[in-house]
Design a protein around this ligand. Structure first.
Ligand SMILES: Cc1cc2nc3c(=O)[nH]c(=O)nc-3n(C[C@H](O)[C@H](O)[C@H](O)COP(=O)(O)OP(=O)(O)OC[C@H]3O[C@@H](n4cnc5c(N)ncnc54)[C@H](O)[C@@H]3O)c2cc1C
Ligand code: SF4
Length: 511
């Protein structure tokens, strides 16, 4: 009786529930399939990272004595789809049953459940216990609450895992959250550590060749490639971050700097999401740094909150609300995505910067995703589905469970306030304050109606005016609406006209 154990490209953990009781006569199946790789045009770096990491992980399982069936992208008998590869493996191997860990994405989970039933084989779809809050525990936490707020969830997680806690139930430092200290704009002379790159294995070289050949039309640069592709290398990334970046992480968490894609951010999301690193080991490692006096509390707390709080909360919301969540579009945004998201021309220095980082690195940090590309999409009313497809394609850490609530919920307010308590809408003033982009921009961040006025400014007021019916009652926007009401009617009309002109210019691809 041999089991077919299926491992997906974001399940590369030796502790994976599907592998826990693996026997020498079982077979572990890995598939590289063209269909799944092309559902959206994934960035070539993302594909290379995931395939190389998957191949290395499979090699590690072989070294541990497990039998592996690995279907490479260019294998002559590869049928190109995960479902048909599973069916083929079941037949070839005469598997008696199937074991896998729940896929992280809703549609794939449903598709595979359907397939397993069709195959009429016994199967087990085990819980993904690499997350710190199970889907069931999140449902219990959410039950009966009027509002789901990350901050309260995070406090409960801190208490549960006893991270940064005193001997009782109080947070270390007397505060749960040091966010107010974490908003320093970039200062002149600030320098950032050089990041690691890793030696190329033959496996990685082969994958780079393959991805270059098979996905030439996908947006993004394959080279230079410097991602970690094994757990050992990912651990080096973690240590590098802990030593060189964590002591400054909080202070400059929201800052944006020209030609600096990383600042003090950890770059760990891809390794976490693929399974090379585990969330608790990262949080514990960061906590130790604080306890040893090597990084200040605001930095360590700010970092741990992202993983223990935001990451788990986002996943909880996804599983709580799917499948209906994916169809939400509270603000009825349906404008086509302009070509500058795919590298087309734009004069807006901030957008150019964020898209360039994205093209080269398959990465841009949170504030660029939220307050530059996300903010523009929100203000301009760009189509929620198109914007999501963009985010899912272009970032190496993008999987629907985490991309969707961040994009649809946090950036686009498409869920009407489930993930965030107000839309993250901001004018050019915010970007001007938190970055040095505007100095290089032909637009004037302080302008409003002039020809060279920053496009974000009129769009920001127009956004508020356009959605007043839906947003007026939000107490966190009352100050903004008071300011809008201070403009006299001709000025309001002029602003709204300017916003219309801006959207026309965007359509003509000359913004
Ligand atoms: C529109 C939009 C789309 C996003 N899409 C993704 C995505 O597809 N995949 C993804 O992992 N993150 C996504 N994020 C969240 C966040 O931007 C990235 O996790 C972060 O930029 C990754 O870089 P880092 O590892 O250097 O993070 P750091 O700034 O160093 O943060 C540390 C870790 O905290 C976690 N984290 C931080 N913020 C979030 C968040 N909002 N949601 C979930 N985890 C978080 C990540 O695991 C990250 O590695 C998105 C955010 C926005 C606004
Ligand atoms: S002026 Fe406006 S468009 Fe230009 S970089 Fe600043 S915020 Fe962006």
């Amino acid at each position: 009786m041999s089991a077919l154990r299926i491992v997906l490209w974001d399940q590369l953990s030796h502790t994976l529930s599907a592998l826990k009781d693996a026997q020498a006569h079982d077979v572990v199946l890995f598939c590289e399939t063209h269909y799944e790789a092309s559902l959206v045009p994934h960035h070539p770096k993302k594909l290379a990272f995931l395939y190389a990491a998957m191949r290395h992980f499979a090699q590690e399982l072989c070294q541990k004595g497990l039998r592996v069936r690995y279907v490479t992208l260019d294998a002559t008998d590869n049928t190109g789809m995960l479902a048909s590869e599973i069916t083929r493996a079941v037949k070839d191997l005469g598997a008696s049953h199937i074991i896998m860990t729940q896929p992280s994405e809703y549609a794939l989970r449903q598709d595979l459940l359907h397939l397993f039933k069709e195959l009429t084989l016994p199967f087990e779809m085990r819980e993904d216990d690499r997350f710190l809050c199970s889907e069931g525990a999140f449902k219990n936490w959410a039950a009966g609450r009027k509002e789901l707020r990350m901050e309260y969830f995070y406090r409960d997680m801190r208490k549960h895992y006893r991270i940064l806690m005193d001997k009782g139930d109080k947070p270390l430092g007397g505060q749960w959250n040091f966010d107010k200290e974490n908003r320093r704009p970039p200062e002149c002379g600030l320098s950032f550590p050089k990041r690691l790159s890793h030696p190329r294995s033959d496996t990685l070289k082969e994958v780079l060749r393959l991805v270059g050949k098979h996905f030439p039309g996908h947006f993004g640069d394959l080279e230079p490639f410097y991602y970690a592709v094994t757990r050992e290398q990912a651990l080096l990334e973690l240590e590098d971050f802990i030593i060189h970046c964590l002591p400054f992480f909080g202070d400059y968490q929201d800052a944006m700097v020209r030609d600096e894609p990383y600042l003090f951010h950890s770059l760990l999301s891809s390794y976490l999401n693929a399974g090379l690193l585990a969330p608790l080991e990262i949080c514990r490692r960061a906590e130790r740094v604080y306890l040893e006096g090597k990084a200040p509390l605001n930095c360590v707390e700010g970092f741990i909150r992202q993983i223990l709080g935001w990451r788990e909360f986002i996943r909880g919301v996804y599983w709580l609300k799917m499948p209906a969540y994916g169809d939400l579009n509270y603000l009825e945004a349906n404008g086509p995505l302009p070509s500058f998201y795919w590298g087309g021309p734009t004069h807006m220095a901030c957008i150019k910067e964020a898209v360039t980082h994205t093209r080269i690195h398959a990465y841009s940090h949170h504030i660029q995703r939220l307050m530059v590309t996300g903010n523009f999409a929100l203000l301009a009313g760009l189509d929620v589905a198109e914007v999501q497809a963009w985010y899912l394609s272009v970032y190496s850490d993008a999987f629907e469970w985490v991309e969707m609530p961040n994009t649809l919920g946090m950036a686009l307010f498409g869920d009407g306030g489930l993930v965030g308590s107000k839309p993250y809408a901001a004018s050019g003033k915010y970007i001007h304050k938190m970055s040095n982009f505007c100095a290089q921009c032909p637009y004037n961040p302080d302008g409003l109606l002039e020809e060279d006025a920053c496009p974000f400014n009129a769009l920001y007021w127009d956004f508020l005016a356009r959605h007043r019916q839906k947003l007026d009652n939000n107490p966190r926007l009352s100050f903004s609406y008071k300011n809008w009401d201070r403009f006299d009617t001709p000025k309001q009309e002029a602003i709204r006209h300017k916003a219309k002109q801006t959207l026309l210019t965007m359509k003509e691809e000359t913004l």
